[in-house]
Ligand binder design. Structure first.
Ligand SMILES: [Zn+2]
Ligand SMILES: [Zn+2]
Length: 157
């Protein structure tokens, strides 16, 4: 809900106001204690996945429109075609020859760049989850080992 204050992870007071559509890599400052954290700390994995999916769809739609309709040269404003291979970092305007950055028309994700930035939050979450799983496995293994040890001790003649 917009306007609702979330609980600060530092001072535990409701001092975190997330702007609508806050970027995951942006930071948010607690209104109660002034602590600054990345916004993804306060956005659930499910919401992060939903946003990543929505952004990917939007990026793709934008790119398809740019491919279909062309883009505007930043220098002469002529309508020019995107390069066939959009992983090309830059390409010349077919009218004035000015170099255009592909990134200014196509989402870096679609160019094969910037994936790391978007995926990092999800990878961190996965890592935290597997760490928890590791602890559970360690406890289970210890319990089994203890049970075997106890069994061996009691089975002694
Ligand atoms: Zn705080
Ligand atoms: Zn041009």
């Amino acid at each position: 809900m917009a306007g609702d204050l979330l609980t600060c992870q530092v001072c535990s007071k409701p001092g975190i106001r997330l702007p609508e559509g806050a970027r995951l890599s942006a930071t948010v400052t607690c209104e109660a204690c002034g602590a600054e954290k990345r916004t993804d700390v306060y956005i659930s994995t499910a919401e992060q996945l939903r946003r990543a999916g929505a952004a990917a769809l939007q990026n793709r739609a934008n790119m398809e429109a740019a491919r279909r309709d062309g883009v505007r040269c930043k220098n002469c404003n002529a309508t020019i075609a995107l390069p066939a291979d959009i992983s090309t970092p830059q390409f010349p305007c077919s009218h004035c020859g000015a170099m255009q950055l592909t990134q200014s028309f196509v989402a870096p994700e679609l160019m094969g760049l910037g994936l790391r930035e978007n995926m990092r939050a999800l990878i961190d979450e996965q890592r935290a989850r597997s760490k928890r799983l590791g602890i559970i496995i360690a406890i289970v293994v210890t319990a089994i080992a203890a049970a075997i040890l106890v069994g061996v001790m009691f089975s002694r003649p």
